[in-house]
Structures are given as C-alpha cells and as structure tokens.
Design a protein around this ligand. Structure first.
Ligand SMILES: NC(=O)c1ccc[n+]([C@@H]2O[C@H](COP(=O)([O-])OP(=O)(O)OC[C@H]3O[C@@H](n4cnc5c(N)ncnc54)[C@H](OP(=O)(O)O)[C@@H]3O)[C@@H](O)[C@H]2O)c1
Length: 200
C-alpha cells in the first residue's frame, strides 16, 4: 500500500545551461571559485541534520558507476549507510550492504515498495532516470542546484523529457559560493503502470 506521507524528490547539481555532467561524464566543473557576498553559508551541521532526513536513495546505473569511481579514488561514498537502489538490467559489483539492484517496472517499485517503506525518497540522477521519474509522474519535488558556470554541452538534467511538467516554485536559496538552490513542487497527478514488480 502506498504511504501518502511519502515524498519523492529529484535532486541534482547542474551548470546554468542545464547539464549535470560533460558528455564523457566529467564533473570537474562542479569546482567553481565564485563568491556571492549576500549568499548564505552552508553550515555543515545543518547539512548533516538534513541528510539524516533522507530515508533512501535511487539512482541509475551510470550514476552508480560514477559513484564507484569516486570511491575507488578515495573520494568517499556520498550516500552514507542509507539504502541505495540502483536501477539496472546489468550485473554490477555490489560494494556495500546498503546497495540493492532493481530492474523492472519503476512506477510499481516506487509507488508500492519504496513509498510503503520510506518517507523521504531521493532520486539522485542521472538525467535518464530523472526524466523517467518525471515521465511516469513519480516525483513530488525537484531540487535543482545551479552552479555559476556554463559548460556548453553535456548530459542534460532531464534527458529527452517528452512533455511539459508544470511546477510551483517553493524555495530559493543563494549561497556564498554562487550556487543557487531552487526547489519546486511538481504539479499534477501520479500514475502507476500495471506491470509486475521485480526486485533482485
Ligand atoms: N551533477 C549531478 O548532480 C549528477 C548527479 C548524478 C549523476 N551525474 C552524472 O550523470 C551521468 C549519468 O547520467 P545518465 O543520464 O547518463 O545515466 P543514469 O540516469 O545514471 O543511468 C541510466 C541507466 O540506468 C539504467 N536504468 C534502469 N532502469 C531505468 C529506468 N527505468 N529509467 C532509466 N534508466 C534506467 C539503464 O542502464 P542499464 O544498462 O544498466 O540497464 C540506463 O542506461 C554520470 O556522468 C554522472 O556523473 C551528475
């Protein structure tokens, strides 16, 4: 049964021109040197407390592979010990207990399984999975963090979205680093497709 208190959030960081990575997957551009005097400072304690409110993460296989590369370079695992669901049809290395792979009907997986178990469900990319989440009407909220940089080309925040999605702007925050965080409520109804759930 779906938990009506649950909330599905899509969150990613993008360049001002709407890319989440270069075509080759590079995210070097996330390091910027801007200063915005009137911006807020990110308080590490606030960030830590906020991250505690997230109950699980969902990501595409290419984002998972990026996370594995980051970890192998000693840059850490960004998702703590929170349950992390990786959408894939392939056999990928399972590097920690908290990781579970899923292939099958995404709407049923989110609406029946995840919503019944978790309150705060975060889709953390990439562009293919975020677009799928919106196409299927699964997202309640979009958090879009814009870095002060243009990169010209790359992987879009929402790859090949095939229709308009109406949004309500609910929060805007600007930081001293020049990053702007936009938070939108997704307007409209969720849908669920009739296919069977299949987890492994
Ligand atoms: N800037 C940011 O905040 C941010 C955040 C996340 C990612 N990224 C970057 O974005 C890039 C990855 O994004 P991406 O769009 O290329 O790939 P992605 O969304 O991470 O992964 C797409 C893959 O997930 C699998 N998948 C399984 N079920 C799916 C479904 N229902 N819908 C869509 N995909 C499904 C498919 O792979 P299989 O072949 O395995 O089935 C698909 O090819 C990486 O370079 C990463 O570094 C940036």
């Amino acid at each position: 049964m779906e938990n009506t208190n649950s909330r599905v959030t899509i969150h990613m960081v993008a360049s001002l021109d709407g890319f989440i990575a270069r075509k080759d997957g590079g995210v070097d551009w996330l390091e910027t040197s801007d200063e915005f005097a009137d911006g807020d400072t990110m308080d590490p304690e606030f960030v830590a407390a906020f991250l505690k409110t997230i109950d699980c993460y969902v990501m595409g296989s290419r984002t998972y592979e990026t996370a594995l590369r980051f970890e192998s370079r000693g840059l850490g695992w960004a998702y703590g010990d929170k349950p992390t669901f990786v959408l894939t049809s392939r056999e990928l290395p399972r590097v920690r207990e908290s990781v579970e792979f899923y292939s099958g009907d995404l709407a049923q997986f989110v609406n029946r399984r995840l919503r019944s178990m978790f309150r705060s469900i975060w889709f953390v990319g990439g562009g293919a999975v975020s677009a799928e989440c919106l196409r299927l009407g699964l997202a309640d909220e979009v958090r879009y963090s814009i870095m002060p940089v243009l990169i010209g080309d790359g992987i879009q925040f929402f790859e090949k979205l095939d229709r308009d999605v109406a949004l309500h702007l609910s929060e805007v925050k600007a930081y001293k680093t020049g990053m702007v965080e936009l938070c939108y409520e997704v307007l409209g109804k969720r849908s669920e497709s009739p296919h069977a759930t299949e987890a492994r």
